[in-house]
Design a protein around this ligand. Structure first.
Ligand code: 4FL
Length: 239
C-alpha cells in the first residue's frame, strides 16, 4: 500500500513513521510513505504557500496553487490501483477502527494536512474525496492526524504485524475493551496475579477474560457495550 502525504512539514511525518513497526514495514516494502513538501511546488519567488482570506478575518489560508500542483505530481507518480484522497479536518467523519478497515482496502491513500487557519475551499472541492477527523479537538496542523491514519491502517495490512492473528484477535476490533493482563513476578507490592491465570485451564482463562472485558466495557464504554449486546444476544450478563 502506498501513502502520499501533502504537508508543509515532511520531516515531522518521516520522523514519526520512520520508527518501530511502521518504519520496519517501510523498509521491507510492504507499505511506502512519501511525504511531499507543498512548499516545493510554490511558483512564488519567496516560496509562499499562504494568503489572506477574502472577506477579511484573522489568519492566513493555504492557497490553491502549490497544493494543486503537488497533487497533480502525486497523481502522476502513484499507480493505477484504487485511490482515495483525504483531508485531515475537525469537520470530517470521526476516525475509528471500522474506518481504518475501510481505508485498508485502498492501494493508494493521499492525505492533505492543513495549517494556518485552513485551506481555500476550492482545493477541497477539487481534489479531496473525504474529510477525516481524529476527534473533537483542534491541533496545530494535520500532520499528527495523518500519521495516526497511516499507523492504524498499515497495521491491518498483511505482513505488517509479525503475527497475523494479532489484529483480528484484539480488543476494540471485537467490540470490547481489553481484559487486564499480567506477567511476572507472581506477587508485586503485595498484589497477586488472579489465580485462574496460573491454573493452566484454558477454557476457564478464556471465560475469565471475556467476563473481565464485558465488565470493563459496561463500566467505561456503555455505548460499545450496548452495541456488543445487540450483536451478541446470547451473552450471559452476570453484572
Ligand atoms: C485534523 C484535528 C483532524 C482533528 C488542526 C488542523 C485536525 C486538525 N482531526 N486540527 N487539523
Amino acid at each position: 500500500m502506498r501513502f502520499d502525504i501533502m504537508t508543509l512539514f515532511p520531516e515531522l511525518i518521516n520522523s514519526v513513521l520512520g520508527e518501530s513497526i511502521i518504519g520496519r514495514a517501510q523498509k521491507s516494502g510492504i507499505i511506502s510513505v512519501y511525504a511531499h513538501n507543498i512548499r516545493d511546488y510554490s511558483t512564488n519567488k519567496h516560496r509562499k504557500v499562504d494568503d489572506t482570506p477574502y472577506g477579511g478575518g484573522k489568519g492566513m489560508l493555504m492557497a490553491t496553487q502549490p497544493i494543486y500542483d503537488c497533487f497533480r505530481d502525486i497523481s502522476k507518480q502513484r499507480g493505477d490501483g484504487k485511490s482515495k484522497t483525504l483531508y485531515m479536518s475537525p469537520r470530517g467523519r470521526i476516525f475509528d477502527h471500522s474506518v481504518a478497515k475501510e481505508l485498508a482496502q485502498y492501494d493508494n491513500l493521499t492525505i492533505l494536512c492543513g495549517h494556518y487557519e485552513g485551506i481555500d475551499q476550492r482545493i477541497i472541492d477539487e481534489i479531496v474525496d473525504e474529510e477525516i477527523s481524529i476527534g473533537d479537538y483542534v491541533l496545530t496542523g494535520g500532520e499528527l492526524p495523518a500519521c495516526i491514519i497511516v499507523d492504524a491502517v498499515s497495521r491491518l495490512i498483511d505482513g505488517v504485524l509479525s503475527d497475523q492473528i494479532c489484529h483480528e484477535d484484539e480488543s476494540i476490533a471485537s467490540g470490547l475493551l481489553e481484559y487486564p493482563q499480567y506477567t511476572r513476578p507472581p506477587v508485586f507490592n503485595g498484589k497477586e496475579v488472579p489465580e485462574v491465570l496460573l491454573s493452566g485451564h484454558h477454557a476457564n482463562i478464556d471465560k475469565w477474560r471475556l467476563e473481565k472485558s464485558l465488565e470493563l466495557t459496561k463500566e467505561r464504554r456503555p455505548d460499545l457495550y450496548k452495541q456488543y449486546l445487540d450483536q451478541h444476544p446470547n451473552t450471559k450478563n452476570n453484572f
